[in-house]
Structure formats: C-alpha cells, structure tokens
Design a protein around this ligand. Structure first.
Ligand code: ATP
Ligand code: MG
Length: 172
C-alpha cells in the first residue's frame, strides 16, 4: 500500500518528519507531494521546489528512512480545483490513501473516492512553516524546529539572507 502526503514544505520541519514516520507505520511507501512547486522567493514561499526536494531528501536520510520507502514529487498549482486530483495523479505513483489536514485537499480526494485521513499534528504551535518563517525573519531560534540537515541546506543557499532581503521595502 502507498500513501500520499501533501505540503508546501516551506521549509521542511520536524512536524513533517514525524508525520512521515507515522505514515510509514501504516503503509509500505509514502509519496511526498511538494505543493505549490512553482512558487519561490516570496515571504510565504521562500524556497524553490528543488531546494525543498534537497531539504526533504537529506532530512529523510538523517532520520534513517531508506530511499526505497519514499518518492518526492514536486506538484505545481493549477487554476482548476476540479482537475487538480487528476493533475496530481498524473505526476505521482499510484496511491491508496491520502493524508492531509487541508479541507480543500480532503474534499477533492474524497469526491474522487479516495480514503482520506487527517494525520495527527505534533507540537503544532511551533512545528509550523509559518512559525519557522516568522522566527527566521525576526532573528529568533528557528534551527531547533527543523532537522539539522535542513539547517545546513538553508545555510548553503543563504535562505535567511533571502527572506530578510525580500522583506525590505523598495527604496525610491
Ligand atoms: P505553513 O504554515 O507554511 O502552511 P505547515 O506547517 O502547515 O506550513 P505544510 O507544508 O503546509 O506545513 O504542511 C502540510 C501538511 O504537513 C499538513 O496538512 C500536515 O499533514 C503536515 N504537517 C504540518 N505540520 C505538521 C505537524 N506539526 N505535525 C504533523 N503534521 C504536520
Ligand atoms: Mg499549511
């Protein structure tokens, strides 16, 4: 059996890792769909799909999850919600279960007769992309909310410099 987990992963944090481990107790393989793959270089979506693939690959390896257990698939947004499940299926290996806490994602898969589960949330107040990005911008401790390998990737690409630069106002 295969399960699909969807998230923008801006950036990958410990909550994502925890839920992936839970899913792998229920299914043989997990497909991780990186949503809004076309977005990057904004405060809400700072990292490219390729950067997010790198974060996830290294974080899964750091957590001793073998590459044979997962597929990482970037998925661009499309304008039509009614076609989005078909669009996602076009890009992913076949799957039996969908894991998502997002009501729109849940609804679209349910209408296509998929089994949808809302996975448990771990320490949601701090294990949240919004909180990680807020701390990055404010200069607070964000490193403890993400796997060590994700810290390394963000340093390699100067992710903090990027977020702080994007938050500036244009000088006129
Ligand atoms: P953002 O605040 O940017 O929306 P996020 O933390 O919600 O970031 P997403 O990339 O939107 O992260 O993640 C989507 C999915 O990842 C959720 O639907 C949920 O299944 C899972 N997820 C996110 N945070 C956690 C968490 N703390 N515990 C368990 N699962 C989580
Ligand atoms: Mg979210």
């Amino acid at each position: 059996m295969r399960g699909l987990l969807l998230g923008r992963m801006q950036p990958v944090h410990e909550g994502h890792l925890e839920v992936i481990k839970i899913i792998l107790k229920e299914v043989d393989e997990v497909i991780i769909g990186i949503g809004s793959a076309q977005l990057s270089h904004t405060l809400k979506d700072p990292f490219t799909a390729g950067e997010r693939v790198m974060m996830l690959t290294k974080a899964l390896s750091e957590n001793d999850i073998p590459a044979s257990k997962y597929y990482i698939i970037p998925i661009q947004d499309i304008e039509c919600n009614s076609l989005w499940v078909a669009h996602t299926k076009m890009l992913t290996p076949p799957f039996d279960y969908v894991y998502s806490g997002n009501p729109l994602v849940q609804r679209l898969f349910i209408e296509d007769r998929y089994k949808v589960t809302a996975p448990p949330l771990f320490n949601r107040k701090i294990y949240s992309g919004t909180e990680v990005r807020r701390r990055m911008l404010e200069g607070e401790d964000w490193e403890s909310l993400v796997p060590k390998s994700v810290v390394d990737v963000i340093k390699e690409i100067d992710g903090i410099g990027r977020i702080k630069h994007l938050s500036k106002e244009e000088v006129r």
